[in-house]
Design a protein around this ligand. Structure first.
Ligand code: ADP
Ligand code: 5GP
Length: 218
C-alpha cells in the first residue's frame, strides 16, 4: 500500500488545560512557555478587580475592571467561573473559551482551586488540571522576592495563604514539582501531549477506523 492511500484522523475536541499553584510557584512562567511553544492553544485572559502590577498589560495578562463591571458580568452570566482571591475578584470570560473550543483549540487557564472546581463541575470531561508545587517554602519565598512585583506585606500574605492553597493539591489530575524550570515544562508538555491523544478527544477516529477497514477489505 502506498502513502497516497493514508487516511486523515480528522478533528480533535479542544480541552481545558488548567494550571494552579500557590502564588510564586511558577504557573505564569510555565503558562507563558506553553502558549509560546504549543500550536493550537489559547490563553484564557481573566477579568480582575485587582490593580495592575508593574509590567502587566491590560488585555494581555488580565482585563482590569472595576467591581461594578465585575458584578454586572456575574449577573449577566458572562463568566464561566469566578472567585475571590486575596480580597480581589477574578473570573473567566465565557465567550472566548467557548469560541476557542468550538474552533477545536485548547484553552489554557491560570486560575485557583475554586475556579478549577467550578470548571470541573461544568465540563468534567474537557478539563485537565495540573497543580504546580514549589520545591520548598524557601524557594517559594525567594521566587516571590525575585519577581519583585509585590511589597513585603503582600509577599507575607501570599506565603501564609500558600498553606491553604497547597491543601487542594489532591483535587488535581496531575502534580508537577517546579524545581528545574526546563524539567517542569517538559512534564507539563508531556501531560498535554498525552491528553490530546486520548481516544475520546480524537473525534475523527471512528471515521478513520472505518476507512481503514474499507481499505483492508479491498
Ligand atoms: P506564579 O504565576 O505561580 O505566581 P511566576 O511564574 O510569576 O509564579 O514565578 C514567580 C517567580 O519565580 C518569577 O520570577 C519566575 O521567573 C521564577 N521562577 C519560576 N519557575 C522557576 C524555577 N523553576 N526556578 C527558579 N525560578 C523560577
Ligand atoms: P495574581 O493576582 O497573582 O495574578 O493571581 C492570584 C491568584 O488568582 C492566582 O492563584 C491565579 O491563578 C488566580 N486567578 C487568576 N485569574 C483567575 C480567574 O479568572 N479565576 C480564578 N478562580 N482564579 C484566578
Amino acid at each position: 500500500m502506498t502513502r497516497t492511500h493514508s487516511i486523515k484522523t480528522g478533528e480533535r475536541r479542544g480541552l481545558m488545560f488548567v494550571l494552579s499553584s500557590p502564588s510564586g510557584a511558577g504557573k505564569s512562567t510555565l503558562s507563558r512557555m506553553l502558549i509560546e511553544k504549543t500550536p493550537g492553544m489559547r490563553m484564557s485572559v481573566s477579568v480582575t478587580t485587582r490593580a495592575k502590577r508593574p509590567g502587566e498589560v491590560d488585555g494581555k495578562h488580565y482585563h482590569f475592571i472595576g467591581k461594578e463591571e465585575f458584578d454586572a458580568m456575574v449577573k449577566n452570566r458572562e463568566l464561566l467561573e469566578h472567585a475571590a482571591v486575596f480580597d480581589h475578584h477574578y473570573g473567566t470570560p465565557r465567550k472566548p473559551v467557548e469560541d476557542a473550543l468550538a474552533a477545536g483549540e485548547d484553552v489554557l487557564f491560570d486560575i485557583d482551586w475554586q475556579g478549577t472546581q467550578q470548571l470541573r463541575e461544568k465540563a468534567r470531561d474537557d478539563v485537565v488540571s495540573v497543580f504546580i508545587l514549589p520545591p520548598s517554602a524557601e524557594d517559594l519565598e525567594q521566587r516571590l522576592h525575585t519577581r519583585a512585583q509585590d511589597s513585603e506585606s503582600v509577599i507575607r500574605g501570599r506565603m501564609s495563604r500558600a498553606t491553604h492553597e497547597l491543601s487542594h493539591w489532591a483535587e488535581y489530575d496531575y502534580v508537577v514539582v517546579n524545581s528545574d524550570l526546563g524539567t517542569a515544562f517538559g512534564e507539563v508538555e508531556t501531560i498535554l501531549r498525552a491528553e490530546r491523544l486520548k481516544r475520546e478527544r480524537q473525534t475523527g477516529l471512528s471515521a478513520f477506523v472505518r476507512a481503514l477497514q474499507d481499505q483492508l477489505q479491498r
